[in-house]
Write a protein of this length. Structure first.
Ligand code: 6PG
Length: 222
């Protein structure tokens, strides 16, 4: 269905994500943002795993205060990181005084970390993933692992993993939920050149709810 990837159509993406993480040991993970990610993290937190030895990164971040409701780090801290006792959290916001400086420092942190065990990604309705937006120059970045980016169609300046950073992952997990993602997912399956379709890594898994692939049910992210 998607070249080089395994696709699981599931009734509950958040539960499937929590189960997938629960079934494997990992020492490093890059988290995502958005409503689907929030539901996933709440479900992982409900299992109360011990992440005291896990190093947490963010695959992308909006350039806002961590206290902002728009912060991906803030989302992860509120829903997951405190509950699981994550003490090795690599903050994007704390990496620099502006997005460009933070991206440069974060690039070094990610490079020094080597291959991450897990990278969690979402899918935007325009086919973006992380903050790799359609038409962005970041899509053609082949050297740096992290860049500052952004466009008029998406709020806030961003700091994002590039494809080389994602490709270092041992496992990439996409979580996609909601009928509004059907068009974007269909474009990925059709092999269209949307940002999410360019993702390659050692292992790529898609957890997709049924409303994305059919009208059987319209399970919304809680
Ligand atoms: C972000 C995310 C972004 C997100 C997708 C899906 O910072 O917004 O990293 O890539 O994962 O846009 O978001 P939803 O699950 O909210 O649709």
């Amino acid at each position: 269905m998607i070249r080089g990837a395994r696709v699981d159509v599931v009734d509950d993406v958040a539960a499937a994500f929590a189960t997938l993480l629960g079934d494997r040991s990992f020492a490093s993970i890059a988290l995502s943002g958005g409503d689907t990610a929030r539901a996933c993290y709440e479900r992982v937190a409900a299992r109360a795993p011990d992440w005291s030895d896990v190093t947490v990164f963010f695959g992308d971040e909006r350039w806002v205060e961590v206290s902002s409701p728009e912060s991906n780090e803030g989302l992860a801290r509120r829903t997951l990181l405190t509950v699981v006792g994550a003490s090795h959290v690599q903050s994007v916001r704390d990496a620099g005084t502006d997005a460009v400086r933070a991206a440069a420092r974060y690039d070094a942190l990610v490079r020094d970390a080597g291959a991450l065990d897990v990278v969690h990604l979402g899918l935007g309705d325009d086919g973006h993933t992380a903050s790799l937006f359609p038409g962005s120059v970041a899509l053609d970045e082949h050297d740096r692992l992290v860049v500052a980016t952004g466009d008029d169609a998406h709020p806030y300046e961003r700091v994002t993993f590039t494809y080389p950073a994602i490709a270092r992952a041992r496992l990439v997990v996409f979580t996609v939920a909601g009928r509004d993602k059907r068009a974007a997912f269909t474009r990925v399956v059709a092999g269209e050149d949307v940002p999410a379709a360019r993702v390659r890594a050692h292992e790529v898994r898609w957890l997709v709810d049924r409303s994305v692939v059919s009208d059987e049910s319209d399970t919304r992210v809680a």
